[in-house]
Design a protein around this ligand. Structure first.
Ligand SMILES: Cc1ncc(C[n+]2csc(CCOP(=O)(O)OP(=O)(O)O)c2C)c(N)n1
Ligand SMILES: [Mg+2]
Length: 379
């Protein structure tokens, strides 16, 4: 049974319940919800989605060549990730899980900073202390990527609470997966968001899998959206492979948050077409036939068909854009590979304004290169 069949069998009226604007063939199926992007905005949206996919391919290749340690891809989920980013305003904060780095680049994280993080070198914004491919961009309001599942959700709720108390016109958006809805953090955060009517958007990327756990083993609830009911947070389901529908739904949630009405839980129905990460082999737990229907719904193809029908791009434009992204990526990698690792002295920085004596001693010992003698072997 495919994910769609599973989801459709669990939901008696899935198509009526799921917001859609762009059909699989790239035609507008619901003009009343069309967010009305201009021609240049549609082209920019398509390019941001394409760049996300190209960077994915390039990073996976680097990982397979042994030049970087790890990569988390978002193949097939670009409409959810980039569409949601398009609906936010520059002052709004994103609290990502590990699959949304395309959102950071879309918001203006320089490609060099993006690549430096993957290498964990001296120019990495977080000094090589994160897992590789776990991005941070304070300047673009992209909070530190969460690897522990679900921990970013209370962070987003906390910052929304702070914004409300300070009367700042700021909305926060937490991205998380279907698997994250089983964490305590999701429930505690959704509860607080409901009780305090916080300006936060809880965006669940339902991509069918949590590593090798399928959605039907994740919850007995027919949808993830309805979990909001328990907390007084309205839930909405959207076709997560339809960038225009995602923009429309997230924009509505931003408006609701700004107006003081509170949080929204969005369930974006999409599919993880690739492996969980570069360390995973999905052929161990799912069949190729499950992926096939999702190829027809490829989020990138849907926007491309719309753009072609409106004569906004051609295949030649597409090829030129890909070549440009490839070239700038290669240049950034060449710089990153010549950049040394972070200096040893940085290990003890950024925690204490005045470092305590024991850390000062440890740091001096580290920089001298001396190590405590190993205890004698007793065996
Ligand atoms: C607290 C915690 N438990 C377990 C893991 C191991 N783990 C990493 S990703 C993942 C699955 C998460 O799935 P989902 O929330 O659906 O996100 P997706 O990877 O599908 O985007 C798990 C169990 C972890 N990182 N953190
Ligand atoms: Mg998932």
């Amino acid at each position: 049974m495919t994910q769609t069949e599973r989801q459709e069998s669990r939901n008696p009226a899935p198509l009526r319940d799921v917001v859609r604007v762009l059909g699989d063939d790239g035609t507008i199926v619901d003009p009343t919800l069309d967010p009305g992007l201009s021609g240049p905005e549609l082209v920019a949206l398509y390019r941001d989605m394409s760049r996300t996919r190209i960077l994915d391919e390039r990073l996976l290749t680097l990982q397979r060549q042994g030049r970087i340690g790890f990569h988390v891809g978002s193949l097939g989920e670009e409409a959810t990730i980039i569409g949601a980013t398009y609906a936010l305003r520059p002052q709004d904060w994103i609290f990502p899980c590990y699959r949304e780095s395309g959102a950071a680049v879309t918001r203006g994280l320089p490609l060099q900073a993006f690549v430096d993080n993957v290498f964990g070198n001296a120019n990495d914004l977080v000094k090589g202390r994160q897992m590789p491919d776990h991005h941070t961009g304070r300047a673009v309001r992209f909070a530190s990527t969460s690897s522990p599942v679900g921990t970013q959700i209370p962070h987003a709720v906390g910052v929304a609470w702070a914004a409300k108390l300070r009367r700042d016109d700021v909305v926060t958006l937490a991205f998380f997966g279907d698997g994250a809805t089983s964490t305590n953090d999701f429930h505690a955060a959704a509860n607080l968001a409901g009780v305090f009517r916080l300006p936060v958007i809880l965006l669940c990327r339902n991509n069918g899998w949590a590593i090798s756990t399928p959605v039907e083993r994740q919850t007995a609830s027919p949808t993830f959206a309805e979990k909001g009911n328990a907390y007084g947070v309205p839930g909405v389901r959207v076709d997560g492979n339809d960038a225009l529908a995602v923009i429309a739904v997230v924009r509505r949630a931003v408006e609701r948050a700004r107006s003081g009405a509170g949080a929204t839980l969005i369930e974006a129905l999409t599919y993880r077409m690739g492996a969980h990460t570069s360390s995973d082999d999905p052929s161990r737990y799912r069949t190729e036939s499950e992926i096939r229907p999702w190829v027809e719904r490829d989020p990138l193809e849907r926007v491309r068909r719309l753009l072609e029908a409106r004569r906004l791009i051609s295949r030649a434009d597409d090829d030129a854009y890909r070549a440009e992204v490839d070239r700038s990526f290669r240049e950034a990698v060449a710089v990153a590979e010549c950049t040394p690792p972070p200096g040893l002295h940085t290990l003890h920085e950024d925690v204490y304004a005045t470092p305590p004596w024991h850390l000062v001693e440890q740091r001096e010992a580290l920089l001298r290169g001396s190590r405590p003698a190993a205890p004698p072997r007793t065996v």
